[in-house]
Design a protein around this ligand. Structure first.
Ligand code: ATP
Ligand code: MG
Length: 418
């Protein structure tokens, strides 16, 4: 055979666009050491936290902002600056304790992380499970007194903790400052749900929300600067067309000004360019990257929804199909959801719980929802899909369990499931 000498892997060994610099600079975990357009926010946060350098408790602070607007990055950056001070000044008695409430979302886990964060290097870690909460709490209290300084507890994605397990553990942490003044706790919460403080008990809210910062979405020219800077880290500054970079920024700005999306888009554009054995990133590749990213994000989001959210979404998609893209009211999709649940042999959730699910799916960007008031006739929630019903149904029906609903077709008028 003529090409028998070709190695099987040859066609997969694409030319690499990133020759020097770092490929990791485009990966999600990369932490840049400069944050264009967030300098003011970093400075403001440093100012809020600066009393800790003199062993005074800073105000508790909550940072709000949509996904990808640099909340975690700013906090990490400010933390790294504080760490430099802790390392260089013996009189600075500060501990930074980082907790991601997307991962640790229960009172035991939170208290454990705070307790462990206060341990001296020679002390043994607290037990991973098994202690009663009050024993764990009094141990944390002892640790904070022994430490005698300021513990800055960063609760990233604090809204997830509160939604899942309420705010009792926040109350306990905040109460420490009223029980002792030998050591103090400052809470820095980060949330991408602007309404999260509505879920708080007034006693928690008044103590927790002493300062708030809201980070606005980036506009296209800010995202452009962020991308330009990031492409320098990655060493691809010269391999990307100016207009491709502008397109990438403009597309991400349209979608909630999310810098993460912009960087993801750039990374995928680099990969597509390499796969195509091209040596420049051009406009078309950015559009292609956007499409690929959208497919990936929606598939991932929809497939990881809990069962009942999937069923509610399925009902909404069926109605969307009948109405050719129209919106549906709670009455309409709830009725269909009940039927679909019945068909699956699972009990349906109450309208109240379904309303919560609608809120969650709205936050995820899968649907849009509005509460419409009919004066004294009450209110209803209206929803519409943000993606085509064909696409959503395709993803849902690929699910092992929901696959059973393949043959379900809604009848035109009264919407019963046939
Ligand atoms: N001003 C900036 N300069 C450089 N990179 C940035 C900037 N803002 C955000 N990024 C990058 O965008 C990505 C998302 O930022 P970050 O994780 O801080 O967002 P977030 O607001 O915490 O989002 P989420 O609510 O989803 O957690 C990260 O990769 C980060 O490095
Ligand atoms: Mg974050």
């Amino acid at each position: 055979m003529e090409n028998s000498s070709k190695n099987l892997f040859e066609k997969f060994s694409h030319s690499s666009l990133i020759v020097k610099g770092q490929r990791q600079a485009l990966e999600p975990g990369f932490v840049p050491d400069r944050l264009p357009h967030r300098e003011k926010e970093a400075e403001q946060l440093a100012e809020i936290l600066s009393p800790s350098l003199k062993n005074f408790k800073p105000s508790n602070v909550i940072i709000f902002g949509k996904p990808g607007v640099g909340k975690t990055s700013v906090v990490k950056f400010v933390e790294s600056e504080i760490t430099k001070i802790i390392q260089s000044r013996l009189d600075a008695k500060i501990k930074l304790i980082d907790i991601n409430c997307g991962v640790v979302d229960n009172p035991y886990g939170i208290l454990l992380a705070v307790g462990d964060g206060l341990l001296e290097s020679w002390e043994e870690k607290l037990p991973f499970t098994g202690w009663p909460l009050d024993k764990l709490y009094s141990t944390v209290l002892d640790k904070i007194k022994n430490f005698g300084g300021i513990a800055i507890v960063v609760l990233d994605e604090i809204d997830k903790l509160v939604k899942k397990n309420g705010d009792s553990v926040l109350y306990q942490l905040l109460r420490i400052n009223e029980i002792t003044n030998e050591g103090r706790v400052c809470i820095l919460g980060i949330s991408n749900d602007l309404r999260f403080t509505e879920y708080l008990d007034p006693r928690v809210k008044s103590r927790l929300v002493e300062e708030t910062m809201v980070y606005n979405p980036y506009n296209a020219s800010q995202i452009y600067d962020i991308l330009r800077d990031r492409s320098l880290y990655a060493g691809i500054g010269d391999s990307i067309d100016e207009s491709a970079m502008r397109t990438c920024a403009a597309l991400a700005a349209q979608e909630h000004g999310d810098a993460r999306r912009a960087i993801d888009m750039l990374r995928i554009a680099v990969e597509l360019t390499e796969k195509g054995n091209q040596n420049r990133i051009i406009d078309d590749t950015v559009y292609e990257a956007k499409k690929k990213l959208e497919r990936d994000v929606v598939v991932e989001t929809v497939s990881s929804l809990p069962l009942h959210s999937k069923l509610v979404l399925f009902a909404i998609s069926l109605i969307d199909e009948i109405k050719n893209g129209g919106s549906s009211t709670m009455g309409e999709f709830y009725e269909l959801y009940e039927k679909v649940s019945d068909r699956m042999g699972v009990g349906s959730l109450t309208q109240r719980r379904v309303a919560d699910i609608i809120g969650e799916m709205t936050n995820l960007g899968l649907i849009d929802s509005k509460v419409q008031s009919f004066g004294r006739y009450g209110r209803t929630t209206t929803v519409s899909l943000n993606y085509s019903s064909t696409k959503i149904k395709e993803i849902l029906l690929a699910d092992e369990i929901l696959g059973q609903l393949k043959d379900v077709k809604p009848a035109q008028k009264s919407l019963p499931v046939s």
